[in-house]
Write a protein that binds this ligand. Structure first.
Ligand code: ADP
Ligand code: MG
Length: 389
C-alpha cells in the first residue's frame, strides 16, 4: 500500500476486500488450510520483483471490456520501451448488432481468443514464455466477467512460470500511454478521454496522480456513442461521427458547452446529448446529419480543450498529455495542437495504435512498477469500479 505524496493520492496495490455486488457471487471464503497455502504462494512470487531488476520482459493482458489484447514489451530504466508484440482481437463487429457491449458475449470471446493471442504475441516477439520476467493484467475498472478472464490467465502463467504477477489499473495504462515512446514520464497534466472515462489529472510522475476533474455524468466517448446511436450511425459512434462531421458545418447548431466557464474542472456531457436529441425531435428527422455531427463534435472539443488548458495553467504544468479512444479524433488533436501552440504548452499524445484499449499500455504501466520492485499478490481480486485516485 502506498501513501500520499506531493498532495496527490496514490494508487493502492494492496488486496482490497470489497463488499459490493460482486462479493455475493463469489465462492465462500477459503478454509484456513487453503488460506495458509495462499499466503505461502504470495510470498514465493513476491520474491523475484523485490530485486529491482534493471531490464525486464513483460507480458500483459487487457480484457476489461470488448477488446482481447496481449502485448510483450522489453524495458530498461531510463531507456525507451520496446513493444515487441501487441495483439488485439476486437469484438466490435460482434457487439455492433446489439448496439453496445453485451458482457456475457465479451467474456466468452475473451476466453476463446486469449490462448491464441498469447501464442501469437510470443511468436511475433520471438521470445519463449520462460523468458518472460513478469506477467500483468488489467484488474479494473471494467466488466467483472471480462476482467476475470484476463487476470486469471495472467496469474496462471505467472504461477506456472514462477514469475511475479502485476494487477494494473486500466486507467493507469491509458494515462501513461503517451509516454510509451519516451525515456521517462515527466510531470504533466493528463486528459484521459475514453468510452468510459473523462478524467483530468495532475501527474507528478509514475504512481503519483492527483485528480483535477472528471465527468459528472456521461464520459466523452459515451456521449459520442449515444449521439451516434441517435443519428442512426453504427456502434461505436465516435469514429462514425468524426467521419460524418467531415462534411458538416461545426457552427450549424449552437449546442451547450456545459460547465466550460464554471470555476471547477469537472465535465458534463448529458445536457449536450439531450440538446442533440431535442434538435432531432424538433426537426422531425429533416436535419443534416453531417451538420449535427460536426456541431456536436465541435462542442465536445471546445469543452475538452478549454478545461484542459485551464487545468495546465492553474497547476503550472508545461506538458499536456492526451490519451484514450476519443483522442484518436483528428479534429480534437488539431484543436489541442492549435491551443498548445498559442499557449506555449507542449502536447504529448498517445500513438494512434495505443489510444483505444490495448495491452501494450498495460504492459508499459506494469513494466514501470516491476522495475520499481513492485508486484501484486496472486490473491488480488478484480475491481470493476477501481478508481485511479
Ligand atoms: P474504454 O477504455 O473506456 O473502453 P477506449 O479507450 O477503448 O474506451 O475508447 C473507446 C471510445 O473511443 C469509444 O467511445 C469510441 O466511440 C471512442 N472513439 C474512438 N475513435 C474515436 C474518434 N475518432 N472520435 C471520437 N471518439 C472516438
Ligand atoms: Mg480503455
Amino acid at each position: 500500500m502506498r501513501g500520499e505524496s506531493g498532495g496527490g493520492e496514490l494508487i493502492s496495490f494492496s488486496p482490497i476486500v470489497r463488499a459490493d455486488k460482486m462479493s455475493a457471487l463469489l465462492m465462500p471464503l477459503p478454509t484456513a488450510r487453503k488460506h495458509r497455502r495462499r499466503v505461502v504462494f504470495s510470498r514465493m512470487w513476491a520474491g523475484p520483483s523485490a530485486k529491482n531488476p534493471r531490464v525486464a520482459l513483460l507480458l500483459a493482458i487487457e480484457s476489461s471490456c470488448d477488446e482481447t489484447a496481449v502485448a510483450i514489451v522489453r524495458g530498461e530504466a531510463g531507456e525507451r520501451t520496446e513493444v515487441l508484440a501487441s495483439e488485439i482481437n476486437s469484438q466490435i463487429a460482434l457487439h455492433r448488432e446489439h448496439g453496445g457491449v453485451v458482457p456475457e458475449l465479451a467474456s466468452r470471446n475473451h476466453s476463446l481468443h486469449l490462448r491464441g493471442l498469447v501464442e501469437m504475441a510470443l511468436r511475433d516477439a520471438g521470445v519463449r514464455i520462460d523468458e518472460i520476467d513478469a506477467f500483468a493484467a488489467t484488474t479494473g475498472p471494467g466488466l467483472a466477467s471480462s476482467l476475470l478472464i484476463g487476470s486469471t490467465a495472467a496469474k496462471g502463467m505467472a504461477c506456472a512460470a514462477q514469475r511475479p504477477f502485476l494487477g494494473i489499473n486500466h486507467l493507469e495504462g491509458h494515462l501513461l500511454s503517451p509516454f510509451l515512446a519516451e525515456t521517462s514520464v515527466p510531470p504533466h497534466v493528463a486528459l484521459i478521454v475514453s468510452g468510459g472515462h473523462t478524467l483530468l489529472l495532475d501527474v507528478e510522475g509514475p504512481g503519483r496522480y492527483r485528480k483535477l476533474g472528471g465527468t459528472r455524468d456521461d464520459a466523452a466517448g459515451e456521449a459520442f456513442d449515444k449521439v451516434g446511436k441517435m443519428l442512426g450511425l453504427p456502434y461505436p459512434g465516435g469514429p462514425e461521427i468524426e467521419k460524418t462531421a467531415g462534411g458538416g458545418n461545426p457552427n450549424a447548431y449552437d449546442f451547450p458547452r456545459s460547465m466550460l466557464h464554471d470555476p471547477h474542472l469537472d465535465f458534463s456531457f448529458s445536457g449536450l446529448k439531450t440538446a442533440v436529441l431535442y434538435t432531432l425531435q424538433k426537426a422531425n428527422g429533416k436535419v443534416s446529419i453531417a451538420d449535427l455531427s460536426a456541431s456536436f463534435q465541435q462542442a465536445v472539443i471546445e469543452i475538452l480543450v478549454g478545461k484542459t488548458l485551464r487545468a495546465a495553467r492553474e497547476s503550472g504544468r508545461q506538458i499536456i498529455a492526451l490519451s484514450g479512444g476519443v483522442s484518436l479524433n483528428q479534429a480534437l488533436r488539431s484543436a489541442f495542437q492549435d491551443a498548445c501552440a498559442k499557449s506555449g504548452h507542449e502536447l504529448v499524445t498517445a500513438s494512434p495504435d495505443f489510444c483505444t484499449d490495448n495491452a501494450a499500455m498495460i504492459a508499459f504501466a506494469a513494466l514501470l512498477r516491476h522495475l520499481a520492485g513492485e508486484c501484486s499478490p496472486l490473491g488480488e481480486d478484480i475491481h470493476p469500479n477501481l478508481p485511479l485516485v
